[in-house]
Design a protein around this ligand. Sequence first.
Ligand code: NDP
Length: 478
Amino acid sequence: MHISHMLIDGTSVSSRKVDTIFNPASGEPVAGVAVGGREEARLALEAAKRAFPVWSSMPAEERSEVLREAARLVRQRRDEIARLLTLEQGKPLKSSRSEVLSAADVLDYYAEEGKRNTGQWLAGPHSRSIVLRQPIGVAALITPWNYPVDLLSWKVAPCLAAGCTFVSKPPSLAPLAATEFVRAVSDAGLPAGAANVVHGPGGTVGAELVESPISRKIAFTGETATGRAVMAAAAARIKRISLELGGQSPFIVCADADLPAAAASAAHRAFSNMGQICVSVNRIYVADEVAEAFTDQLVSLAESLKIGDGMQPGVELGPMFSSQQREKTKEHVADALERGAELLAGGSEPEGEEFSRGFFFRPTVLGRADHSMRVMMEETFGPVAPIMKFRSVQEAVALANDTEYGLAAYVYTGSLKTAMQVAEGLESGGIGVNVNSVIDRQAPFGGWKQSGLGRELGRWGLEAYLETKHIRVGVWKE
Ligand code: NDP
C-alpha cells in the first residue's frame, strides 16, 4: 500500500505510526499515512525558521518565478493529486480536477501579487518616514477535509509570495492530496525547509504549531469551536491569526427573481460536495407568491442529480465524507420533521447494492421550515435545503441575519434597488447577487460574527502575512 510521508526540511519523513485512509464511497483502504506528533511539528518549525532568512531575502521577482514553477508542477501532477482527492474525500473526479487547477491558479495569482508589496514614503517637516511591509516569519497553516487542496493553496501561495515559510497540517482523515500539493510546491525550487507538512492529530501536531514560539502567524480553516480554541492558544503569545470558520448561509429568492436561474443556483450550492462547504446554501427564504413554483423546480433538480462513486464518469454527487457527517445530517432532518417541516425530496440513503458500503445520502428538500429547527440555526454540513416563505424583503433580511454566523449570503432579484438594499442589510463577509459563489481570487473572502477573523485571497490575503515597520529618518535638525 502507498504510504504518504511527511515533508520536513526538504526530506520525506516516515513514522513508526502509520494510519490507514479509507475511501468514503466503498470503505476500502486507499493509502497509509505516516503520523507524527509534537516532536515532528517542532522539527518542521525549526526547519522553517532556518529557511526563513534565505527565502525572505530573495527578491520578490525570484520568488515569483518559483511560484510560477510551483503552479506548473501542480498542473502537471493534476491527475494524480485529483485521483487521491476523490479516493480520500469522495467528491467526483471532475470536481477534484477543478480543485487542483484552481489551486494552481492561486499560485499564479500570488506570483504576481507578491511583486506588488509596496510600502510608503511620507515627508515630515524634519524627517522622512518609510513604511515597510515585511514578511511575518514562520506560518502555521491548518486546514479541513472538505477542500483540502484549494483551502491550503489560499494560505500557501500568499504566505510564500510574502516571503514567509510554513509548516502545514492537513486534516487527519484526508491528508493525501494536500501533501502531494505541498510536495509539488516544494519541488519548484524552494529552499529546504521553506515548505513542510506534518501529519497528525489537531490536538497534538496542530496544538504544537499554534503554541510554539517559532510560529508567528496562524492561518486556520475549520469549525468555529476549533477556531475558538486556536484563538485562545494563540492569545498566549499575541500571534497574528486568520480564522475561516463555519457558516449558515441564507439564500433569498425575491418575487421578481429569475426562478429557473435561482432554483438551479440554489440546487448547485446546496448539494454540491454533498453540502460540505462552508458557503453552502443552508436556508432558503422565498417570497410567498413564487414559493410554490420555486419549490417545484428545486425538488425536480434535487431528484435529477446522479449519485455514485466519484471515480465513475457522470457522477454529480459522491458520498458524504464520513459516517459522522451523515449521522449529523440525518439528525437535523429528523429534528426538522418533528418540528413540522415537510419532506419534499431525499431524506434518506439511496437504495441499491452500489450504495451499501459508502456514506451516500440523497439531496434533501424540506418545506415549511422555521427557526425552531436545528437545520436552520446550526451548521448541518450536509445536502439539505430547507425552505421558508417570507412576505416582505425586510422580513427576509431579518430572518437571514438571525444567526451567529456571517460567511456568505445570496439574493436573487430582478431589481437593482432590492439587490442593493438586501446586500447592504445582510451581516455577512460575502454577498452573492444573482450568483451562487462569493469566491473570486482577486476579492477578499472571510466571515463576520462567528464565521471568522481576517480575510484570504486578493491583496488582503497577502497582507495577512506581512508586518508593518515605520523607519523614521531625520533629515533636518528638529
Ligand atoms: P475541524 O475544526 O475539526 O478541523 C480543522 C483542522 O484543524 C484539522 O486539520 C484538524 O486536525 C485541526 N485541529 C483540530 N483541533 C485542533 C487544535 N486544538 N489545534 C489546532 N488544530 C486543530 O474542521 P473540519 O475538518 O471538521 O472541517 C469542517 C469545518 O470547516 C466546518 O465547520 C466548515 O464550515 C469549516 N470550513 C470553513 C471554511 C471557511 O473558509 N470559512 C471553508 C471550509 C470549511 P484533525 O483533522 O487532526 O482533527
